[in-house]
Design a protein around this ligand. Structure first.
Ligand code: HEM
Length: 237
């Protein structure tokens, strides 16, 4: 997965292959398409609500972990443009969380606020899911260039460390649920991935990953218009 080298004004620049972002966008919509078509065609099995909760929850978690993978992968490969895919992955994770929660609130709880509040307070895995959802809201809300500029790169990055908390919350939510069903196999795989991603952030490990990156010819920061603002470049670190 190598970035394309393009020439612009006589200067070679690196960026993601042009097809990558639209392809990733389309791929991230596949689970939603599956649910939408299945719902319309009555093809989501005997319990459509369970299927939607299951598919949206799993994809929210997968996309969240993929978002967390971007920084270590960028360090290990030296492909700085990978960071430009992170926002899209994160927003899709949030999108699936919203689908997940809406399904629960609308179809499980029948929009009964008192029921939802009681559930959040009474069932620990729902409590954890709710806290995780709350952690994801400020991340989604501050994902725009304008918010990055407003907060400043350092504060924005500090806030966005919440993504690791959200990742841990999502895995715990799944583990707790699976524990009650006595089948921990799948959530334990996500747990292991999360641990690897957290370890990869430790300064010593991050430095080692950085040394794996092939040395590249120095190139100006960005390829595609519009060029990133200083705040966005700071946020990309
Ligand atoms: C208020 C917030 C949330 C509520 C009310 C909620 C509710 C639920 C419910 C009712 C289930 C299905 C339980 C069952 O099968 O018996 C579930 C499963 C799941 N949820 Fe959540 N959830 C919330 C937040 C989240 C978040 C933030 C994530 C991930 C980022 C997530 C990921 C998952 C996963 C992976 C499953 C297991 C899916 C499966 O394989 O069955 N949930 N959640």
């Amino acid at each position: 997965m190598n970035g394309e080298r393009r020439r612009s004004g006589g200067v070679a620049r690196t960026g993601p292959p042009r097809w990558l972002k639209p392809a990733l966008f389309a791929a991230a919509l596949i689970p939603f398409g599956y649910l939408a078509v299945g719902l319309l065609a009555d093809g989501l099995g005997a319990n459509p609500v369970e299927t939607i909760t299951h598919v949206s929850g799993e994809w929210a978690l997968r996309l969240l972990l993929l978002t967390l993978l971007v920084t270590p992968l960028r360090r290990a490969t030296g492909l700085t443009w990978l960071v430009r895919l992170r926002r899209m992955l994160g927003l899709f994770a949030f999108f699936y969380v919203v689908v997940h929660f809406t399904t629960y609130a609308l179809l499980d709880a029948g929009l009964d606020l008192a029921y939802v509040v009681e559930d959040v307070l009474d069932r620990p895995y729902i409590t954890v899911g709710f806290v995780t959802l709350c952690a994801l809201v400020p991340l989604a809300a501050t994902s725009t260039d304008a918010m990055i500029r407003r907060l400043g790169g350092a504060r924005w990055r500090r806030l966005h460390r919440l993504a690791y908390f959200a990742g841990a919350g999502a895995v715990l939510h799944f583990l707790w649920l699976a524990f009650s069903k006595s089948d921990l196999r799948e959530p334990l795989i996500y747990f292991a991935i999360l641990v690897v991603l957290l370890v990869a952030r430790l300064p010593a490990v991050a430095a080692r990953l950085g040394r794996l990156a092939p040395r590249r010819v120095a190139a100006p920061a960005r390829a595609d218009p519009p060029p990133p603002s200083p705040a966005k470049r700071q946020a990309a670190r």
